[in-house]
Design a protein around this ligand. Structure first.
Ligand code: NAD
Ligand code: MN
Length: 348
């Protein structure tokens, strides 16, 4: 690659504060990555209230045709139903077929040479389960009755399974834990469990995952063990809803949502996205933690194969966290977004 074309979609709230910070971190890498070329793109609830569309076609086109990768900030999604509004992040995952949401959760050790006590990756299926959003409401004699469709396909379970095994291969422990509830939902979760378990036996991967250990855990007990003994997990793979909840819960174990990055990945595109939302309570105050967004940029680079650039960003972030001098209020500090960013840029 001559240049790396990155779409920037800050969207709503603190997305507009943390995405520019992530851009600065990428720019600081110099020749460790191809020359970055940024495309500023719009989406989000605020854009919807101005224009009537949350995800302009031009944004989707530009991401698809002009960009190698993207960084997405956060959207504000109203919990009441707003006519005509659908979440642009959910739509983008679908439009670009970003079927895996990958969220590493790592604690920072006080000792730079020490091992982090929590070091796991949640691999969440990103396209189906209850998030197909087929909900209906009927009126009965005893009141309203709401129903939702939960879709689990073999195809989606297989590709998310493969993604989890691929990630496990690159990690020292090489352990994949399948999260499900097939004791109750034997058809849907049963299919997910059975399909992921079957991945190493597929002819096209013959022998590739021989060194990967498979474990499984019912989702409720998985949450229990996640809080009591998080160190037992390496790679967790889960259907959409369980994965969503597990990855936010896991984020709480390492301090703040403001630290946890993710990528949405497909076979042809990758989009970094901090796990947190638009944080309306701190919007505009200049105190949003930029680390989740900056780490999302590092993950995006790593997924594209730029390990060295990604390592430089991650090491800089880890030093700042360990030193503890620059920390935003969500971590108990008094620093601003700009001060934390500066400290990270200096260490890159
Ligand atoms: P949130 O993640 O926006 O905020 C939860 C809490 O964490 C808030 O107190 C917030 O101040 C704090 N926080 C989050 N990120 C932070 C950061 N970088 N630095 C410092 N503090 C941070 O979740 P919420 O309040 O439940 O939702 C707010 C809006 O965001 C809602 O409209 C929701 O729909 C949306 N949301 C979007 C996404 C997404 O874009 N993927 C994810 C979650 C929520
Ligand atoms: Mn979530």
């Amino acid at each position: 690659r001559q240049s790396l074309k990155i779409g920037l979609v800050p969207a709503d709230g603190i997305g507009k504060e943390v995405i520019p910070a992530a851009r600065r971190a990428i720019e600081a890498l110099g020749s460790d990555i191809p020359k970055p070329e940024f495309h500023d793109l719009v989406a989000g609830f605020e854009h919807f209230t101005r224009s009537g569309t949350a995800l302009p076609e031009e944004t989707v086109r530009a991401l698809r045709e002009d960009c190698d990768a993207a960084l997405f900030g956060a959207v504000s999604s109203p919990s009441r139903k707003v006519t005509g509004y659908t979440s642009p992040i959910v739509a983008l995952r679908k439009e670009l077929d970003l079927y895996a949401n990958i969220r590493p959760v790592v604690s920072v050790s006080a000792d730079p040479r020490g091992k982090p006590s929590i070091d796991m990756v949640v691999v969440r299926e990103n396209t189906e389960c209850l998030y197909v959003k087929q909900e209906t409401m009927i009126h009965t004699e005893t009141g309203r009755e709401a129903r939702a469709t939960r879709l689990i396909t073999e195809r989606a379970s297989r590709r998310i399974g493969k993604m989890a095994f691929e990630i496990a291969l690159k990690r020292p422990r090489k352990l994949v834990t399948i999260i499900h509830k097939s004791n109750v939902l034997s058809v849907t979760d049963g299919l997910f469990r059975e399909t992921v378990r079957g991945v190493p036996k597929l002819p096209e991967v013959a022998g590739r995952y021989d060194n990967v250990t498979i474990a499984e855990q019912i989702v409720d007990s998985a949450v229990y063990r996640l809080f009591r003994e998080p160190e037992i997990y390496d790679v967790m793979v889960a259907p959409n809803l369980y994965g969503d909840i597990l990855s936010d819960a896991a984020a709480a174990l390492v301090g703040s949502l403001g630290l946890v990055p993710s990528i949405n990945a497909g076979d042809h595109f990758v989009m970094g996205e901090p796990v947190h939302g638009s944080a309306p309570d701190i919007e505009g105050k200049g105190i949003a933690n930029p680390i989740a967004a900056i780490r999302s940029a590092a993950l995006m680079l790593r997924h594209l194969g730029y390990e060295k650039g990604a390592d430089r960003v991650d090491n800089a972030v880890n030093s700042v966290l360990r030193e503890g001098q620059f920390a935003t209020p969500d971590l108990g500090g008094k620093s601003t977004t700009a001060e934390v960013l500066d400290a990270i840029l200096k260490r890159i």
